[in-house]
Design a protein around this ligand. Structure first.
Ligand SMILES: [Mg+2]
Length: 162
């Protein structure tokens, strides 16, 4: 079974950190300004200030070792610089996983074959698109709020679900 795992807000808490930086810079909740903010963001600083969520990397190794899934990391990126930083970071912990950066304005469903594949993501909009395209959507949320989807707060919980 193909299993796609989101990065921001699932593996690493980069979302909390970058939002705080955006608020400091008084970036309005305007998509275009936000997009530009992320494009120019210092990813080195973001990743340095961020941390792994609930032993995500060791959970991913457990998932791989279960033999149940082909594991991919499917992460939206605004710039190639962002992709580079994420890939270098992930490669420190995981050597055996395929990493797929997705241009921010392209749906994750347009990047890979969705039918019967699993996506673990924290962003409900991505999950809606995924399930509408015939995939299996699982929400990652530390408050265990599924927003209508099955929900987990540790990545290795997915092993017992299939
Ligand atoms: Mg995310």
């Amino acid at each position: 079974m193909n299993l796609y795992i989101d990065f921001d807000g699932v593996i690493y808490n980069t979302i909390d950190v970058s939002y705080k930086m955006a608020e400091k810079g008084q970036i309005a909740k305007d998509y275009e300004r936000y997009y530009q903010f992320f494009k120019n963001l210092d990813w080195c600083e973001v990743l340095e200030k961020s941390s792994e969520i609930n032993e995500a990397f060791s959970c991913i190794n457990k998932i791989i070792n279960s033999g149940k899934f082909n594991v991919y990391i499917l992460s939206h990126v605004v710039s190639m610089k962002e992709a580079e930083f994420k890939i270098n970071l992930i490669r420190k912990y995981l050597t055996d996983v395929t990493i797929i950066p997705v241009p921010k304005r392209i749906s994750k469903t347009k990047m890979v074959k969705v039918k019967d594949a699993i996506l673990i993501d924290d962003y409900p909009e991505n999950l809606k698109e995924w399930s509408n395209a015939g995939g299996i959507a699982i929400r990652f949320d530390l408050d265990m709020d599924g927003k209508g989807f099955p929900v987990i707060d540790r990545l290795d919980e997915v092993i017992e679900m299939f």
